[in-house]
Design a protein around this ligand. Structure first.
Ligand code: DQA
Length: 143
């Protein structure tokens, strides 16, 4: 069984409650269920969320040599974290960056992503369906 690491960063524990006009009504539990459904045979999803940058980095390190790929929504760390980019650069498998909202339609500070310098694909604006698309794609890439 190959593992896909599904990582959600700061504030994504509040999905469904925080700014639903932007992020929708689905919760993080819905996202994790949807990701598991999108998983191809032979793959499983390990879902984790943290509001702490260092915790996300530690999980990426643990994924080295252990996970087949990473789906990550880094939240606001997308726009600020070189450290997260460096951690992802130390991971060998496919990486897909997901944003629930269409970040390019929003404030200018959301238009730049450090993580995109590493990501093999970037999905923004599909709502939580973006996670399903990302997991399905990782299964193809890592299958
Ligand atoms: C987000 C977009 C980020 O700009 C924001 O800081 C988030 C969520 C998204 O999923 O649309 O927390 O990554």
């Amino acid at each position: 069984m190959k593992t896909i690491l599904l990582l959600n960063g700061p504030n994504l524990n509040l999905l469904g409650q925080r700014q639903p006009e932007i992020y929708g009504r689905e919760t993080l539990a819905d996202v994790e269920a949807l990701a598991r459904e999108a998983c191809a045979e032979g793959f499983s999803v390990e879902a984790k969320q943290s509001n702490w940058e260092g915790q996300l980095i530690d999980w990426i390190h643990e994924a080295r040599g252990a996970a087949a790929g990473i789906v990550i929504n880094p939240g606001a760390l997308t726009h600020t974290s070189v450290a997260l980019l460096d951690a992802l650069n130390a991971f060998d498998g496919p990486v897909i960056e997901v944003h629930v909202s269409q970040v390019h339609k929003r404030e200018k500070f959301r238009h730049h992503s450090y993580v995109s310098k590493r990501a093999d694909a970037v999905i923004a604006g599909l709502g939580v369906d973006g996670y399903g698309a990302a997991v399905a794609r990782i299964c193809k890439l890592a299958g």
